[in-house]
Unconditional design. Structure first.
Length: 217
């Protein structure tokens, strides 16, 4: 690079011109993440908004060194990973709650109080599951509408809202495809497993109840 004042050749890591002493101010240009729309520093390896890895062409990775760029790089990467993980959990907290809490509580209630009044308890199991699914789905939609990457004219479809309230086993999978979401999030898998266990448990209980009713008759 050249000094803007005297035109002398300057090393990329220099902070002042060795010939005229002019301070060299380096501005790190910003780019826009194609996944979530966040501003990304040109030397960043991951998007600060969604954590997506930034891919560069060969000419973009050459000659881009700044003073102190490599100092403590590994420590900075670890800290960045931890902060991104915490940020992701905080942003997606209602999705995690919707994925885990309704199924877990419904299963616990179903097996802990199943022995007496089976019809009543089966209804309660479904009510617990659907009430919590609806509540956390509502909070999730509200939370998504407040996130910066969801602004700019993006309107949720009626289908997505309906699935979020009543059939999260599908909406949680679809949610991962929205802008700024973690494409590798495992909350849909956890919800699918819990939902499957709940469905199997209810089927087993109903079969056992029918068999007991036939025997008594």
């Amino acid at each position: 690079m050249r000094c803007p004042k005297c035109g002398a050749d300057i090393d990329n890591n220099a902070t002042t011109c060795p010939k005229c002493g002019t301070p060299i101010i380096k501005i790190k240009p910003m780019r826009v993440c194609t996944n979530c729309g966040s501003d990304v520093p040109d030397d960043a390896d991951k998007c600060p908004g969604c954590g997506r890895t930034i891919k560069r062409r060969a000419h973009q990775t050459m000659g881009s060194s700044y003073t102190g760029e490599h100092t403590g790089a590994q420590t900075a990467d670890v800290n960045q990973e931890e902060s991104l993980f915490k940020k992701t959990i905080k942003k997606d907290r209602y999705a995690w709650m919707q994925a885990v809490i309704p199924g877990a509580l419904a299963l616990l209630y179903h097996w802990l109080v199943l022995r007496n009044h089976i019809e009543f308890n089966l209804v309660n199991t479904l009510l617990i599951f659907e009430a919590l699914v609806f509540y956390y789905g509502y909070k999730d939609i509200k939370d998504l509408n407040k996130r910066p990457e969801m602004m700019g004219g993006l309107i949720f479809s009626e289908k997505f809202i309906y699935l979020t309230y009543f059939l999260p086993i599908l909406s949680l999978w679809e949610r991962r495809q929205l802008p700024g979401m973690d494409r590798k999030a495992i909350y849909p898998i956890i919800h699918t497993v819990l939902f499957t266990l709940l469905a199997i448990s209810i089927m087993i209980s109903m079969d056992a109840h029918l068999i007991a009713s036939v025997k008594t008759v």
